[in-house]
Write a protein that binds this ligand. Structure first.
Ligand SMILES: [Fe+2]
Ligand SMILES: [Fe+2]
Length: 234
């Protein structure tokens, strides 16, 4: 083969590749338009929920309310949503998709999200928070169903591994929060202050979140087994 013939061939290959849509080559057939749309929908939901939690964190930080433990709790929930949205965007790109930003509605447009200060009324917003966490879990489940229908096991596995267990836990933790606050709100006084203080000490983590983890039973069994072993060696 002559030198000029070889370089013509090389130029031809470069031209062919340059005209290709590489994203199309990265995207496998099971990653269907329905999978892509469902991912967009879930990313939008995470951003919308992030905005609502962020608003509640700001409300609880106001001097009229000054519930800084609750502010940390909501800030944590907001960061979780933001991290999930960014994770899914990165995953979408990894699969040959394109991120499409959407308008994020102001929290009041959909949810009556506001922690009122006169009087301080936590139950309304917390009930909305439980609805939001449920909506995220239900949408995560739907995303898994869409992936399953398309036989896209990579998407299904990613959603199941990263999201399903975590979002199930979030729903239960928020349900417990609603119940705890309903309990202390029955008698006006120190209840809310003490719950807020507990949240503050734990930097916004719910004090009961560990006991809601099914895996905690393994630690409990390990602990009991080692206690029994040390008792029998006495
Ligand atoms: Fe999330
Ligand atoms: Fe969540």
């Amino acid at each position: 083969m002559s030198e000029s013939c070889g370089s013509d061939q090389a130029r031809g290959v470069i031209k062919d590749i340059s005209n290709l849509n590489i994203d199309d080559l990265v995207r496998i057939s099971s990653f269907s338009p329905e999978c892509v749309q469902s991912m967009h929908d879930h990313i939008h939901l995470e951003y919308k929920t992030w905005y609502a939690f962020k608003k509640l964190a700001a409300d609880c930080s106001r001097s009229n309310i000054a519930l800084h433990g609750f502010a940390m709790f909501f800030a944590r929930a907001a960061i979780e949503c933001l991290a999930d949205a960014v994770y899914l965007e990165k995953y979408l790109v990894q699969r040959g998709g394109v991120v499409q930003p959407t308008d994020i509605p102001a929290p009041k447009a959909r949810y009556t999200i506001c922690w009122s200060d006169n009087p301080v009324e936590p139950l309304g917003p917390l009930r909305e928070c439980l609805k939001m966490e449920r909506e995220i879990l239900e949408d995560t489940n739907r995303l898994c169903q869409v992936a399953d229908k398309a036989h896209d096991y990579a998407l299904q596995e990613t959603i199941a591994r990263r999201f399903l267990e975590k979002e199930t836990k979030h729903v239960k933790n928020m349900g417990d929060m609603l119940q705890e606050v309903a309990r202390v709100a029955k008698v006006p006084g120190h209840g809310l202050y003490h719950l807020d203080k507990e949240l503050r000490v734990k930097l916004g983590k719910t004090p009961w979140s560990k006991s809601n983890k099914p895996h905690s039973v393994d630690h409990l069994l390990e602990h009991m087994a080692s206690e029994m072993a040390s008792a029998s060696s006495i």
